[in-house]
Ligand binder design. Structure first.
Ligand code: 5GP
Length: 181
């Protein structure tokens, strides 16, 4: 695959990801059995993780997607995030699980949680595949974390660099030269 030329290191391979997702799926199944679960995938990075996670969760969940940005040119702003694509369902009175690819500073997630509570969600919890605790700037609770990773820019398993590498099966670190292109 032409992708591979630019990979410095595999940080988490697909087997380890699959094993951890099974564990998280069991926890989420236990916590949400019998509840009206709405799973919100945060685009674009979370779609691969969401697809694999949800197939390990034995709960009838509705799925919707949102795209938010802290900086880009979106269509409507709410607090400090810009909503690029909003939900198509109401969160009012519902148990919501946000699914993220990675939590870095935590700012995006913190604003997103506030937004969903302001829309009267009953509960809002978060599952992220990856977390970089050393980069956190706000204290935001993330209940279901796949892996804590060091402060390195990662790609693969849904995560991109310049819209590339999302389809890699493993979470990888890019070679420095990839950023210089
Ligand atoms: P936060 O608001 O937590 O700082 O930002 C989270 C967002 O930053 C993620 O959803 C992702 O889009 C981006 N991000 C943070 N760290 C990385 C990384 O190592 N790799 C990639 N591809 N995106 C990242």
């Amino acid at each position: 695959m032409e992708h591979n030329d630019m990979i410095k290191q595999t940080l988490i391979d697909s087997k380890a990801i699959a094993k951890r997702i099974k564990e998280l799926g069991k926890l989420i199944t236990n916590d949400y059995k019998g509840k009206d679960l709405l799973v919100i995938g945060v685009l674009k990075g979370a779609w691969v993780y969401l697809a694999d996670l949800l197939r390990e969760v034995d709960v009838n969940a509705e799925v919707d997607f949102m795209s938010v940005s802290s900086y880009g040119s979106g269509t409507s702003t709410s607090g400090s995030i810009t909503i690029v694509k909003d939900l198509s369902v109401s969160v009012e009175g519902r148990d919501v699980l946000i699914v993220e690819d990675i939590v870095d500073s935590g700012l995006t997630l913190s604003h997103l949680k506030d937004l969903l509570y302001s829309r009267n969600a009953k509960s809002v919890e978060v599952s992220t595949l990856l977390s970089k605790p050393s980069r956190r700037r706000v204290d935001v609770e993330v209940k279901y974390i796949g892996f804590e990773i060091p402060d390195e820019f990662v790609i693969g398993y849904g995560l991109d660099f310049d819209e590339k590498y999302r389809a890699l099966r493993d979470v990888c670190v890019l070679k420095e030269e990839a950023y210089q292109k």
